[in-house]
Design a protein around this ligand. Structure first.
Ligand code: SF4
Length: 504
């Protein structure tokens, strides 16, 4: 072989729309003296071709012949562009060209080869579906033209049980109809029928169609050769008709709530990021991250707040023992400023039974997260009895209600306010047989301020109704994540009480 004879450009041109063609792919098409490709692909880039370029069109199944022909022409000294839709190296022509080169004993000394990446269907289809491949994913071609079905089925099984998001290429053709049905059957062994599924046909081309469905119903929709089927993992959900796969698996849940948002500072913790494998491996003394992945990926935790009561502040020794037993070795018990203990349990430690045990021990168990928290004083160890029933009634009615952002209600039994009710989002102070109401404390920050007195001397029989009304109004009208004082600042009033932000 005499030196380099020419140049072979393996061009992935993406989904087929000009806007999604890379700059280098465009240059490479222009640089090519000969363009070689499957007829449909040539049609997709025809607007970019010049009259002086030789265009060699081939049939779909003539891929080996295409690769051989491309190399033959390159060895004549020409620059040849072999075009593939998507990425030339993903089910494209790149591998085949190298195989032919290997067969013929050709190397980079004989011809220059450049693989030009393009947007593969998994990416273009994912972009139309929302964000389904935010996590570990794989592509599986269901075509058994070149791969035995047993091998494909094994891969589907492995991907399904490993909880990969899966993009199925070549799901169906005129002759091949059962593969996608079989793949779905395998998936249903590991994933719920409600697992989101996206069907994208001809992404970014004129005949584009996008369907978001689920495993149960996917076969009711048209699936063909030009469809890419994207199956979500066990965390994928549909929001605003888009598929979204969260970045992490670490899930918190609480009483009566399957899912609880991670706070910002929790989201970025390593245990919330499934790719933070080194930490898990390190903790377990394991050196192979692959062995720890599944354990870390499916980690979820249950959280609840435990206290001896809204008024009572004293735990009995038996209650401590119960809390310790429920927490077990894996659980975490954290003291909080909310007059309670934050109990964190791993999902495999049967939290439901644990909660029942805590309640049987006379403990108050409340949800955590963006909920209403009622913090009463101890009413001088129960001596100041009159307001206690109202504190208990309020706790029973509103504690644990979902709100845009955690809302603390301080309830103190006299004007001493020694438990700081007026520093909370809502403060209730019992004084001379009546109640004073404070709203909108800014509870944190260097410019924190106390809640404003909005009503004095309210009759006891109305206080619980009024506060419940305030809480529910905020719950319905507050923006997600909007703190109570911000809500008041935005609207200036709530349930008939006016409020204005203090000048600090
Ligand atoms: S706020 Fe008043 S009633 Fe409550 S504990 Fe303090 S002194 Fe006692």
């Amino acid at each position: 072989m005499e030196g380099k004879k020419g140049k072979l450009l393996l061009i992935g041109f993406g989904p087929g729309s000009e806007g999604h063609l890379t700059g280098r792919a465009r240059e490479a098409i222009a640089e090519s003296q000969v363009i070689l490709g499957y007829k449909t692909y040539v049609d997709l880039v025809r607007d970019l071709l010049r009259e002086d370029q030789v265009v060699m069109e081939a049939g779909m199944t003539e891929e080996v012949a295409r690769a051989q022909e491309a190399i033959r022409v390159v060895l004549e000294g020409k620059t040849v562009g072999v075009i593939s839709s998507g990425d030339a190296g993903v089910y494209g022509m790149a591998g085949l060209v190298y195989e032919v080169m290997a067969e013929k004993g050709l190397t980079s000394r004989d011809l220059e080869v450049e693989v030009i990446p393009g947007i593969s269907a998994i990416n273009s289809c994912a972009s139309l579906l929302g964000a389904p491949i935010m996590h570990d994913s794989c592509t599986i071609s269901l075509s058994d033209h070149l791969t035995p079905w047993e091998v494909i089925a094994r891969r589907v099984d492995a991907a399904a049980q490993s909880d990969f998001v899966i993009a199925f290429y070549n799901p169906k053709s005129g002759r091949r109809t059962r593969q996608i049905e079989e793949a779905r059957r395998i998936l249903l062994q590991y994933r719920s029928p409600q697992t989101p599924v996206g069907l994208v046909k001809s992404a970014y081309r004129e005949q584009q169609s996008v369907v978001v469905t689920d495993l149960e119903h996917m076969l009711e929709h048209e699936i063909g050769m030009l469809t890419t089927v994207v199956v979500g993992n066990t965390s994928t959900f549909v929001y605003d008709e888009k598929m979204v796969t969260p970045r992490g698996y670490h899930r918190k849940y609480t009483l009566d709530r399957d899912e609880q948002n991670l706070k910002l500072n929790e989201r970025l913790k390593e245990e919330a990021e499934p790719w933070a494998l080194h930490t898990v491996a390190k903790e377990k003394g394991e050196t192979n991250p692959a062995t720890t992945y599944v354990q870390s990926a499916f980690m979820s935790t249950f959280e609840c707040m435990v206290s001896p009561g809204v008024v009572n502040k004293t735990f009995t020794p038996n209650q401590w023992i119960t809390i310790g037993e429920v927490a077990g070795e894996k659980g975490k018990i954290q003291y909080t400023p909310h007059h309670g203990l934050l109990l964190t349990l791993s999902a495999d430690s049967k939290p439901k039974q644990g909660v029942q045990k805590l309640r049987e021990a006379g403990l108050l168990v409340s949800p955590t997260g963006d909920v209403v928290v009622v913090k009463a004083c101890d009413f001088c160890d129960g001596d100041k009895k009159d307001p206690i029933p109202y504190a208990k009634e309020l706790q029973a009615r509103v504690s644990g209600l979902s709100v845009p952002k955690e809302l603390r209600i301080g309830f103190n039994g006299c004007g001493m306010v020694c438990y700081g009710a007026v520093k909370e989002d809502i403060g209730i102070v019992y004084r001379r047989g009546k109640f004073d109401l404070f709203l909108g404390g800014k509870t944190a920050g260097r410019q924190a301020y106390q809640a404003q007195l909005v009503a004095e001397g309210m009759e006891p029989d109305v206080i619980v109704d009024i506060v419940e009304n305030i809480v529910r109004t905020y719950g319905e009208e507050g923006y997600p994540g909007e703190r109570f004082y911000k809500y008041l600042s935005r609207l200036g009033k709530i349930a008939g009480f006016s409020w204005s932000e203090p000048v600090c």
